[in-house]
Design a protein around this ligand. Structure first.
Ligand SMILES: C[S@@+](CC[C@H](N)C(=O)[O-])C[C@H]1O[C@@H](n2cnc3c(N)ncnc32)[C@H](O)[C@@H]1O
Length: 225
């Protein structure tokens, strides 16, 4: 599925043990194709639901970690309005370049930076909300732990975290069980989030519609104590 995946990309990309995707516009085309013809619009709905669960308010400072080509960040920018701040980080240089050009075309003041979850380039307590969609399954467990500690560091006290990800292969059924993608168990992810010091951890399942190849996804959301 990800022919443009690398563990490292040229000098300018950040080193990471995560799987960097670097497709830029090709990534968007692939997601559009899969979502339209195979997933019955579930990826689009997943991003909308992520923003809704975060209860984003005008004026919020929001970080999208593993932002890819910035589609969720653009949805969020409309919700925070001009008083807010939206930042996206991703190690993929072509993802970030394409995100910047999409935001510029839409005249949205989003800051896109090359960066990794394990070393977020922001001071402590910078953000009201941190989001991440379809990214955690690209990281080994040790990196997920490190990344969640970093997210807790950059969130303000009482700040909100929402993560959406594919379901773990073993949790899927039927056609979706055969579909590629590592996936994280939502229960394991929730446990890691608690371990990182978050409270009020909740989960929600997104079931694939009938006759869709969507592999199933889940949401975990929590507050920084
Ligand atoms: C499947 S894409 C999802 C992109 C976007 N969130 C979306 O919903 O379309 C996963 C993204 O995670 C990024 N990624 C991989 N390792 C990462 C890391 N260590 N820190 C942050 N992002 C990472 C990849 O480069 C890729 O753009």
């Amino acid at each position: 599925m990800h022919s443009f995946a690398h563990h490292r990309h040229r000098e300018s990309a950040k080193e990471t043990k995560g799987l960097i995707l670097n497709g830029g516009w090709r990534y968007d085309l692939m997601v559009w194709f899969c979502d339209t013809f195979l997933f019955c619009g579930q990826v689009r709905q997943l991003r909308q639901r992520t923003a809704t669960l975060a209860r984003i308010q005008p004026g919020d400072a929001v970080l999208d970690v593993g932002c890819g080509t910035g589609t969720l960040a653009m949805e969020v920018a409309r919700r925070v309005d001009r008083a807010g701040r939206v930042v996206g980080v991703d190690p993929g240089t072509e993802q970030i370049a394409h995100a910047r050009s999409k935001a510029a075309r839409r005249n949205l003041p989003i800051e896109f930076q090359i960066g990794v979850i394990e070393q977020l380039p922001f001071p402590d307590q910078t953000f009201d909300v941190v989001l991440s969609t379809l990214m955690m399954h690209h990281l080994p467990t040790s990196l997920k732990r490190q990344g969640l500690t970093e997210i807790a560091r950059v969130l303000k006290p009482g700040g909100r975290l929402v993560i959406a990800d594919f379901k773990h292969k073993k949790e899927r059924t039927g056609q979706a069980a055969r579909f590629h993608a590592g996936g994280s168990s939502m229960q394991d992810l929730a446990a890691l989030i608690k371990e990182a010091g978050f409270s009020q951890v909740e989960t929600e399942e997104m079931r694939p519609p009938r006759f869709s190849a969507f592999p199933g996804a889940g949401f975990v959301w929590a507050h920084k104590s």
